[in-house]
Design a protein around this ligand. Structure first.
Ligand code: NAP
Ligand code: MG
Length: 502
């Protein structure tokens, strides 16, 4: 199943970008970390060092927050009209669009995902997000509100609301969709007039750093977007605890999400949005179009090597069709070619890091110890890259870790159901509530289930459908707030109620 680990080289432009000495973007300048420290970023396809980046920490976060504060309160960004902000965002989208192949290569080298997938999904989605948010810049409106004020009889008022940018925003992002997560975060912040300190994941800092160059080229004023590379425990924690940050927008693990909440509680009660983990149910009903559902179930878990917060990692199938569906998904898995993301035939690349490969394999071992069985897959590859085979597990029980916890790898637990009445409680039996899917040809049933599922996204006869206009986020411990759509704009603004006595 594994292709050769040799892969074509990246283009000369990408090689020269990746090989340069990467710095932090603070106040419009590329600067070394104050400590002078750097760290190595690894190519997960071969375990070799890929790049050297600056190790920013609390001192650099302080500098970046000061720059963002200054840019928010004075200077050209502060004075800019909504239309001018929108134009800059549109220009950034145009620039990014002319560099799709370059970003796809950077993303593939750094994260491990297939270059073609990044070129078809990650980068175009980021372009589209910036364009969608560019449109919002001129449409952030308050309301006029008739008021009564019972204790002031006869008085007349004119009341209205303003939606104002929330201020300096700290954004902390993960490694699974490095550029796209940066876009989801930056787009609404910039549309609303906020300024940003972006802390990218230590495993995958490169595409955000290249984006930083395009942000400068587009003409965003200095200090509007500051980018700090470094570690979560130092740079990330310093940002979350910083008293002069007005909001933290975080995507990552539920565990770290809770630390962010604590840090805000212990300091300035900054606003928080969280996009956290998931263990999403994917339900195939007996009347589904089975061939489509089988392909859909395979894509639901194996897309991005299962390193998706919304991966369809619990597959519910009626017992009468269980074998057929499990065999079908296993057949799909058997056709996925594992290989370096830069290899043109690779359908699945390596896990992002050795740590992530270990995590996934530890989960598999715990499942096997408890009696689960792999119909296909179940192993890591015997190479220097961090590959794990696409895996379909059966004979699981709800209390097993492989069923209840997020694995964040290409592992699906298939579960048979008999009684449709038991299905919804079983599907909702999770601390998470990020996504869910239903495959059925019965429209009423589809909508009834969509209503009953406790999840922020429900897909019917499809999976992993994302759009800049669709809000995305979680119920329960999958998060607070939503990304994308107008809901994201709301979460980057404060509402001010203004009242004038006539
Ligand atoms: P993570 O530790 O939650 O990392 C996400 C981001 O938070 C990274 O930028 C990380 O920095 C930073 N961070 C870590 N500790 C922090 C702290 N104490 N304060 C502030 N920021 C901190 O996730 P991970 O290590 O990349 O992966 C672990 C698990 O998270 C995954 O297996 C998966 O379950 C989940 N995850 C979810 C998503 C999602 O989209 N919902 C994405 C990725 C991972 P460093 O990069 O330096 O650690
Ligand atoms: Mg980490």
């Amino acid at each position: 199943m594994l292709l050769t680990t040799d892969a074509p080289q990246a283009s000369p432009d990408v090689q020269s970008f990746v090989g340069k000495d990467h710095k932090l973007l603070i106040a419009g300048e590329w600067v070394a970390a104050e400590s002078g420290k750097t760290f190595a970023v690894t190519n997960p396809a071969n375990g070799q060092p890929l790049a050297t980046v600056s190790e920013g920490d609390a001192a650099d976060v302080n500098r970046a927050v000061a720059a963002a504060r200054q840019a928010f309160e004075s200077g050209p960004w502060h004075a800019m009209t909504p239309s001018e902000r929108g134009k800059l965002l549109w220009k950034l989208a145009d620039l990014l669009e002319t560099h799709v192949e370059e970003f796809a290569e950077i993303e593939s080298l750094d994260n491990g995902k297939p270059r073609a997938v990044a070129a078809a999904a990650d980068i175009p989605l980021a372009v589209d997000l910036f364009r969608y948010m560019a449109g919002w810049a001129t449409k952030i409106e308050g309301t006029t509100i008739p008021i009564s004020v019972p204790y002031m009889p006869g008085a007349e008022f004119h009341s209205y609301t303003l939606r104002e940018p929330i201020g300096v925003v700290g954004q902390i992002i993960p490694w699974n969709f490095p550029l796209l997560m940066a876009a989801w975060k930056l787009g609404p912040a910039l549309a609303t007039g906020c300024t940003v300190v972006l802390k990218v994941a230590e495993e995958t800092p490169l595409s955000a750093l290249r984006l930083g160059q395009l942000i400068q080229e587009a003409g965003f004023p200095a200090g509007v977007v500051n980018i700090v590379t470094g570690f979560g425990e130092t740079a990330g924690a310093a940002l979350a605890a910083h008293p002069d940050v007005d909001k933290i927008a975080f995507t990552g693990s539920t565990e770290v999400g809770k630390l962010i909440v604590k840090a805000a509680g212990n300091t300035n009660l900054k606003k928080i949005t969280l996009e956290l983990g998931g263990k999403s149910p994917n339900i195939i009903l007996p009347d589904a179009d089975l061939p489509a559902a089988i392909v859909g179930a395979s894509n639901a878990i194996f897309f991005n090597h299962g390193q998706c917060c919304c991966a369809g990692s619990r597959l519910f199938v009626h017992r009468s069709q269980f074998e057929e569906v499990v065999d079908g998904v296993a057949e799909q898995a058997s056709q996925i070619k594992l290989g370096p993301g830069m290899h043109p035939d690779a359908g699945m690349g390596p896990m992002v890091s050795q740590i992530q490969q270990e995590r996934v394999c530890n989960y598999l071992e715990s499942g096997f110890r408890e009696g689960a069985r792999a119909v296909i897959g179940g192993n890591r590859s015997d190479t220097d890259g961090y590959f794990v085979e696409p895996t379909v597990l059966v004979d699981t029980k709800p209390e097993m870790q492989v069923v209840s916890e997020e694995i964040f790898g290409p592992v699906v637990a298939a579960v048979a159901f008999d009684d449709p009445e038991e299905l919804i409680p079983a599907a909702n039996n999770s601390i998470y509530g990020l996504a869910a899917a239903v495959w059925t040809q019965d429209v009423s049933k589809a909508h009834r289930l969509a209503k009953q599922l406790r999840a922020g996204s429900v897909w019917i006869n499809c999976y992993n459908v994302f759009d800049a206009a669709l809000p995305f986020g979680g119920y329960k411990q999958s998060g607070w707030g939503r990304e994308m759509g107008h809901e994201a704009i709301d979460l980057y603004t404060e509402t001010k109620a203004v009242t004038l006595q006539l």
